[in-house]
Design a protein around this ligand. Structure first.
Ligand code: S3P
Length: 441
């Protein structure tokens, strides 16, 4: 089967209700927390994707049993020290930065050497950001060229608590250090620039010894050694990062309306909503509920015929970090020049996404000025694309693929987008939902 998709036609108007898949960040965290719990943890609506499958395979390698029933995943945790460290095991994080970085935090007390590998994209990403703090706890971590996977971790019995300043706004780094702190006698202190807080909410829900002081631009977190974790049943909400593709598709289409059911709207994740509202997109949260500390709502969105440019405040960056490729598409149709800055983290993702966002816009005929960490986008409210655009060699970054599909369906043109299997990483149902929307014109 061909691994590319050809799109030659814009989407017609639609009015429908969809449900997107389970949240990736929460799914991976559920797998890892449950692997440390006492007894059986059960999850409904766990994201079924390659990143989450890699997390499940990782804990299986560590001796944890996992069972899939018709609608649920069950994890048979053996307690906080229940991992079995066999000799010479290799854990493959595949494409997942979250899994790769988080699991290292849990392996700081491993009794055997463990090798962590990843796919071509993950092997290019920075792991020094995580080996630096974890080494301070006392674990030995060797990285290829001092910064990349493969990593060899060899844990220690004598872990020392650390004081850590996380200044990138990276939830992966913050979580990895919280995990290592859970295994260390004494108090680990973290001063973290704001980033998604699912780990902290889970720690609180599980009544683990964590304290959090929320300041305006950072959080102060302390974590003490965890003695035990109770089992964790979880009904995973839908992923705002997956919903974002359809929110943007609706905003850019004509006379369309969409409802997306039961989406996680944790305030640390809805940067995309704040940005799009400022740009003139009408988005309403309905049926807001709180579940295990996470806010969940149905999202209503409709087409916008007067989009405004934005000078995007960097305080919104972390909460929208996975959504900038589609936010840039809205800027392409907005009146005026949009400016996004302090985006150095965007080129640290599965592919250099600031560069890819720029390439997609330029190929559509949009004027941009880009540098290392910022982009100016000269919007064209009348934009219609008539040419052939080929998207390939983007390190199979799932979000580059899906954003290109949204661009093709929103602006027209003749698009050939390669590596459609990349969606298996985070959102295997993406194209099915596109078809569902198309059939509801
Ligand atoms: C994630 C954190 C973010 C995000 C990634 C998922 C997480 O990365 O981009 O897709 O689940 O903790 P950083 O921690 O590098 O910002």
């Amino acid at each position: 089967m061909s691994d590319k998709i050809i799109i030659k036609k814009k989407i017609e108007k639609f009015n429908t209700v969809i449900t997107v898949s389970g949240d990736k960040s929460i799914s991976i965290r559920w797998v890892l927390f449950s692997s440390l719990a006492n007894g059986i943890s059960k999850a409904k609506n766990l994201l079924i994707s390659e990143d989450v499958a890699a997390a499940i395979n990782a804990i299986k390698k560590l001796g944890i049993k996992v069972k899939k029933t018709k609608n649920e995943f069950w994890i048979y945790g053996k307690g906080i020290n229940g991992y079995k460290y066999k000799k010479n095991i290799v854990i493959d994080a595949k494409n997942s930065g979250t899994l790769g970085r988080l699991i290292l935090g849990l392996l700081v007390n491993s009794t055997e050497k463990i090798k962590l590998i990843g796919d071509q994209s993950l092997s290019k990403r920075d792991f020094k950001r995580i080996s630096d703090p974890l080494k301070k706890f006392g674990a030995s971590i060797k990285l290829k060229n001092g910064k990349n996977l493969p990593a060899i971790i060899n844990g220690s019995y004598n872990l020392e608590p650390i004081k850590y300043i996380e200044n990138r706004g990276s939830a992966q780094c913050k979580t990895s250090v919280i995990f290592a702190g859970m295994r260390t006698l004494g108090k680990t202190t973290i001063k973290a620039k704001k980033s998604r807080n699912h780990t902290e909410l889970l720690c609180k829900h599980l009544k683990l010894p964590i304290k959090i002081k929320n300041k305006i631009s950072y959080d102060e977190i302390t974590i003490n050694k965890v003695k035990s974790i109770k089992n964790l049943n979880y009904n995973i909400p839908s992923d705002i990062s997956s919903a974002a593709f359809f929110i943007v598709l609706t905003a850019l289409s004509e006379k369309s309306r969409l409802i997306i059911k039961k989406v996680n709207i944790n305030s640390s994740r809805i940067g995309v909503i704040s940005i799009l509202r400022k740009m003139g997109v009408k988005i309403i949260f309905r049926n807001i509920k709180v579940y295990k500390g996470e806010r969940i709502a149905d999202i209503f969105v409709e087409s916008s015929n007067s989009l405004k440019a934005i000078n995007c405040h960097p305080s919104l960056n972390s909460g929208a970090i996975d959504e900038f490729l589609v936010i840039f598409l809205v800027a392409a149709k907005a009146k005026g020049i949009s400016y996004f800055k302090n985006l150095e983290e965007l080129n640290q993702k599965e592919s250099p996404r600031l560069n890819w966002g720029n390439k997609i816009l330029k190929s559509m005929g949009i004027k941009t000025v880009v540098n290392k960490n910022s982009i100016k986008i000269f919007g064209n409210p009348g934009l219609k694309v008539n040419k052939k655009i080929i998207i390939k060699n983007y390190l199979k970054d799932h979000r580059v693929f899906m954003s290109s599909v949204i661009a093709a369906l929103s602006f027209g043109g003749n698009w050939i987008i390669h590596d459609k299997n990349s969606i298996k990483t985070s959102f295997p149902k993406f194209l099915k939902i596109i078809n569902q929307i198309k059939n509801n014109d």
